[in-house]
Design a protein around this ligand. Structure first.
Ligand SMILES: [Zn+2]
Ligand SMILES: [Zn+2]
Length: 172
């Protein structure tokens, strides 16, 4: 399948200052992302990228908006949202920048870059919110919704071992 995120690098490099904008939805299937529980098949990543050619390479700047979903690792609630990934990359034919990607051939295909960012940046064990209170280890209520009266005394030495163990137990 022809990548919709492909540009002729030779043409762009010939004229430094050339800009090319990618502002489009890209289907997960076109990114070769399928059967990953963090995404709904059929969803699309919004790609907002700008390529700019320099004398010695091509800069790729912009962001991706990635719809995702999952289960909160503390309270087990369904969660999800739209992840924003920032993109700042440099492609060079002759690598002079240690962080740059090598341009091979005349085609610059952003598909592998976008695919990698989507897969790496989307949380595998998300939180429904940064301060999720989780489930009470004693009575099991969702402490985001219901304050329970279970008494946990962190200073009691009998709890010391349990506090560490709690994180190791698989969620019920
Ligand atoms: Zn939660
Ligand atoms: Zn409780």
């Amino acid at each position: 399948m022809a990548s919709v995120l492909r540009v002729n690098a030779a043409e762009v490099l010939r004229r430094p200052g050339t800009e090319k904008v990618f502002d489009l939805p890209v289907q997960l299937a076109d990114l070769e992302i399928e059967g990953d529980s963090r995404f709904y098949d059929g969803d699309a990543v919004q790609v907002h990228l700008r390529l700019e050619s320099l004398t010695d390479g091509i800069v790729v700047d912009g962001r991706l908006l990635v719809p995702w979903h999952g289960t909160c690792r503390r309270c087990l609630a369904d969660t999800g949202g739209v992840l924003e990934c920032e993109v700042h990359e440099l492609y060079q034919r002759t690598l002079t920048d240690p962080d740059a990607f090598e341009l091979e051939g005349d085609q610059l295909d952003l598909q592998p870059l976008v695919r990698e960012l989507v897969l790496l940046d989307t949380p595998a064990t998300p939180l429904c919110r940064p301060d999720c209170a989780g489930l009470c280890p004693t009575c099991g209520v969702n402490r985001n919704e219901t304050p329970c009266k279970c008494v946990v005394l962190p200073s009691d030495p009998r709890w010391d071992g349990l506090a560490g163990l709690k994180d190791l137990l698989p969620p019920e």
